[in-house]
Design a binder for this molecule. Structure first.
Ligand code: UDP
Ligand code: GLC
Ligand code: MN
Length: 338
């Protein structure tokens, strides 16, 4: 139906790249639904341009931040306050029904049948299965619900500092009221579950329809060698299933990078991590135990504290033309190697 849509969110260029891969994966699996990306004003113009080529609608929204550092600290994810922005998805009232998907999800099979479900349908969270995970959910846009959600935020806040806490508080009968609102786990298979219950993954993982790269390290934090079709940085391999990670990278590298290259010309960013030095010389990574891109960032800018620098990079605010230019990164790496 023309009035049904998949919706995602990206407040910065890193998550925007995730959104691009998600959009492509939905298209590659022949969805008949519309594709909508909600973005923050921070997303750069070239990225917005690429998003407009993949999505039917790209809408700039105000970034809502819970500012709830205490609860976010419990998840060790200070960055997730902005996930309140997700609530804007209820304002898309020109659609009668939507499926929201995090920008760190990847579709591996057609999932249009999700539109047969009702609000609020979602899969259990692997950490606390009586809560639903808010990385994939079916909902009905409505200004009334949007208003009530904002009211809920003001009155009760969020127990995790992010949208998932709010949504589970608001739709609090999900766990018990109606089993048809429990999506099978294969619609939101998080990499975490693979390692917490490996036999189940072996038994059912082949049926996965949506993979969710939940957690601090996202696919775009890895390095990739497009010629060898290999992921670099073995330090992280344990956190995400290598096959799904490769699926993400091969789609990003073959279909998204060329679009970014068209926009950015010769800038190193256009290929994400692809054109950074091959994985075997990403030595700084093992030093900081962080993601490789942050490691480059840490190595590059002594004026800012490591944390500030890392945050900026992770928020997609790298200075690609200046300090963070490819030449500078290369110089720094050469220095390390000497
Ligand atoms: N998000 C965003 N910018 C941010 C953090 C999050 O746009 O700085 C959006 C994005 O769609 C992301 C979702 O909010 O997928 C939820 O965050 P994340 O996936 O990082 O949380 P996790 O699934 O790891 O708990
Ligand atoms: C979760 C969900 C994510 C949500 C975050 C903050 O782990 O995967 O979608 O944004 O918690 O509530
Ligand atoms: Mn996510």
């Amino acid at each position: 139906m023309a009035d049904e849509a998949f919706v995602t969110l990206a407040t910065n260029d890193n998550y925007a790249r995730g959104a691009m891969v998600l959009g492509k994966s939905l298209r590659n699996h022949n969805t008949s639904k519309k594709l909508v990306a909600l973005i923050g004003p921070q997303v750069s113009e070239p990225c917005q341009c690429v998003l407009r080529m993949i999505f039917h609608e790209v809408r700039v929204v105000d970034v809502l931040d819970s500012g709830d550092t205490a609860n976010l600290a419990m998840m060790k994810r200070p960055d997730l306050g902005v996930t309140f922005t997700k609530l804007h998805c209820w304002t898309l009232t020109h659609y009668s029904k939507c499926v929201f998907m995090d920008a760190d999800t990847l579709v591996v099979s057609n999932i249009d049948e999700l539109f047969d479900r009702e609000e609020l349908s979602a899969a259990p969270d692997p950490g606390w299965p009586d809560c639903f995970n808010s990385g994939v959910f079916v909902y009905r846009p409505s200004l009334e619900t949007y208003g009530k959600l904002l009211e809920y935020c003001t009155e009760h806040g969020s127990f995790d500092g992010g949208d998932q806490g709010v949504l589970n508080g608001f739709f609090n009968s999900w766990a018990t009221a109606d089993i048809s609102k429990h999506l099978p786990f294969i619609y939101n298979l998080s990499s975490i579950a693979i390692y917490t219950y490996l036999p189940a993954f072996k038994q059912y993982g082949g049926n996965a329809k949506v993979v969710h790269f939940l957690g601090k390290t996202k696919p775009w934090n890895f390095t990739y060698d497009p010629k060898a079709k290999q992921i670099g940085g073995s330090v992280h391999e344990a956190t995400t299933h290598p096959t799904f990670l490769l699926d993400w990278w091969s789609l990003y590298s073959s279909e998204v990078v060329p679009m970014l290259q068209d926009q950015y010309g010769d800038l190193p960013f256009h290929s994400g991590c692809v054109e950074l030095p091959p994985s075997d010389i990403v030595i700084v990574e093992t030093v900081v135990q962080g993601d490789s891109l942050s490691a480059y960032a840490l190595a590059l800018e002594p004026q800012l504290s490591s944390e500030e620098r890392k945050m900026k990079w992770e928020q997609g605010q790298a200075d690609y033309l200046g300090t963070d230019s490819f030449d500078n990164i290369k110089k720094k790496l050469d220095m390390f190697l000497k």
